[in-house]
Each structure stands twice: as structure tokens, then as C-alpha cells.
Design a binder for this molecule. Structure first.
Ligand code: DGL
Length: 306
């Protein structure tokens, strides 16, 4: 089975990872949380592109065969650049050599799967004709989201709000209780007041707050997490690319080891890693605490326990 590289600004992408794992439990997984620079939400686009490149290089060097950008903000800022630089058919020879080098000759171009804001399914589901989107400022101002929204904004009204403080809550492990409820209500209430009966979670951290979001929104409001659709799309792409059937050199069982990745100042810094089971390597550029805390929460409901 191939090895799937997944990254996010922090532990939020674990909400996507768990859906992928549910579909492909036998694959190898390298998850990278860029905690040293979390949150990405209001960081400049160029900075996020720089981080996305460094993390892609790291994932390829550890054996990834395909990359999932499990972060709406990083998808909005960087996926077209990543596709152009690592996957374009007219890629320059130096980049091809770079990829061949990093992937130990396994690949000379790389496929990237990004997050899609689930505006289309929300538009099909709404009865009030109003859908609400919760996301980071970076995602809401990105071209990718705006284009999708504009396609549907003739048919339905789309109202948006930044999930203020949601990423920080999730990273600190505060996913229930009074503080979580107060924080969620402050950003969700304006969407409910506008008449939204479907809420799209446009940030991969937010599904960790889904119980609180459902409780504040009430039973007549549907909440959409796009992660299952992303997992489904990944499988389709892997099938098309022959990654599911073509025998690839078996990835060795992961072991924690000393690893490093490139920092914005050009230095390299240690990457924390741990291995909850032999086909999963969890890495983080900063403190590993959030990933260690949220991994069991994300994988608690797996049919194949880890
Ligand atoms: N989980 C991310 C997203 O999907 C990043 C949030 C952040 O770092 O601000 O947008």
C-alpha cells in the first residue's frame, strides 16, 4: 500500500486523517502538524506557501506517495502553487530532479488533494435558502472559496463568519464546556440570526467542536464536515493514478527517529515524532502536545481500533 502524507497548521487535519484512515486502514500515513506556526488563519499567503513547500519536501523525504493538504487555509493559499511546482507536466528539470531525489526515485511528480468548501452540498440541502460558512479569514478571502461561493450565491444566500478563537480552543484541547460554548456562540449566532439552516465547516479544526456547534445551532440546523468527501476524492485519485493497485516498494514500519525540517530563516529544526501504531507516523514542528491530545479523540470512534 502507498504512504499518504497529510499536513495542517496543527492538529485540525486529524479530522480529515480519521476519515481517510476509515477508508484505507492498510495504507501508511505520515501526519505533519505545523504547530510552530499555528494558526495559519491570518498569516500572509507567501508565508503559508513557504511552509507548504517545506512540509511537502519533508513528507516526500519520509516516503509519502501523495499529499493531502488537510487545511482549508493552506489549500486556499498554496495548492495551485504546489501543483504547478511539483506536478505540472511541463515542470522544469531541476524540480523533477528535486522530487526524484526527495522521493528516492519513486516519483517524478506529486499529486495533491486539497480541501473543498462544501458550499454545493449545503446549497442542495437548505430549505430556508440561507447557508452559513464558518472558516478562517485566509480561507474566506481566498480565490478558491470565493469562486465556489459565487457559483451558488445566485441560488442561495451565503453568509460567512470567521470562527474566532476556534483553532486556539481545539489546539488547547478545550472542545466542550462553557468556554467552548461561549466562543462558538459568538461566531455562530450571526449566521443563525441571518436564517442559515445549514452550516459548512470550512476549517479542519472545527469538526472537533461539532458537538458544541450542533448544540448551539439546535436540531433544525444541519452541519456539514467536508472530510468524508475529501477522503472519497482521494481514493478516486489514487485509483486513477494506479496508486492503489500498482505494487509500490513496501514502506518500512515507521519508527520514531531524529528528523528535521526547514524553518523560514533557512535553519533546520527538529521535528517531534511518535508512532501510535506501525503504519502511522505523527510529526510536529513545534510542541507535539496538541497532536498527542487530539489523536485519541479523533480516532476514538474508529471501527479498527488503533
Ligand atoms: N485547520 C486549518 C484550516 O483548515 C487551519 C486553521 C488555522 O491554522 O488558522 O483552515
Amino acid at each position: 500500500m502507498p504512504t499518504i502524507g497529510i499536513f495542517d497548521s496543527g492538529a485540525g487535519g486529524l479530522s480529515v486523517f480519521r476519515e481517510i484512515y476509515r477508508t484505507l486502514p492498510e495504507a501508511g500515513y505520515i501526519y505533519f502538524a505545523d504547530n510552530a506556526f499555528c494558526p495559519y488563519g491570518d498569516k500572509p499567503r507567501d508565508f503559508i506557501i513557504f511552509r507548504a513547500r517545506s512540509i511537502t519536501d519533508f513528507l516526500l523525504s519520509q516516503g509519502a506517495d501523495i499529499i493531502v493538504v488537510a487545511c482549508n487555509t493552506a489549500t486556499a493559499a498554496s495548492i495551485s502553487t504546489l501543483r504547478e511546482e511539483y506536478s505540472s507536466p511541463d515542470r522544469s528539470v531541476p524540480m523533477r530532479e528535486h522530487i526524484l531525489d526527495l522521493s528516492a526515485g519513486r516519483h517524478d511528480c506529486v499529486r495533491f488533494i486539497g480541501m473543498e468548501p462544501a458550499v454545493k452540498p449545503a446549497a442542495m440541502l437548505t430549505k430556508t435558502g440561507v447557508i452559513g460558512v464558518l472558516a478562517t479569514a485566509g480561507t474566506l478571502s481566498g480565490q478558491k472559496y470565493r469562486r465556489t461561493r459565487d457559483v451558488y450565491s445566485g441560488e442561495v444566500e451565503v453568509v460567512e463568519h470567521v470562527g474566532e478563537g476556534f483553532v486556539e480552543l481545539v489546539e488547547s484541547g478545550c472542545v466542550s464546556g462553557a468556554v467552548a460554548e461561549k466562543t462558538v456562540r459568538a461566531s455562530l449566532q450571526p449566521l443563525l440570526d441571518a436564517g442559515a439552516d445549514v452550516i459548512v465547516l470550512g476549517c479542519t479544526h472545527y469538526p472537533f467542536l461539532i458537538d458544541v456547534i450542533r448544540q448551539v445551532a439546535g436540531p433544525s440546523v444541519s452541519v456539514i464536515d467536508p472530510a468524508p468527501a475529501v477522503a472519497h476524492h482521494l481514493v478516486e485519485v489514487m485509483q486513477d493514478e494506479g496508486l492503489l493497485h500498482q505494487p509500490l516498494p513496501a514502506s518500512p514500519a515507521f519508527m520514531p527517529g531524529s528528523m528535521s525540517c526547514c524553518m523560514p530563516d533557512g535553519s533546520s529544526a527538529a521535528v517531534h515524532s511518535f508512532v501510535p501504531c506501525d503504519n502511522i507516523l505523527l510529526c510536529s514542528s513545534g510542541s507535539p502536545d496538541a497532536v498527542k491530545r487530539l489523536f485519541p479523540v479523533a480516532f476514538r470512534k474508529q471501527s479498527r481500533p488503533i
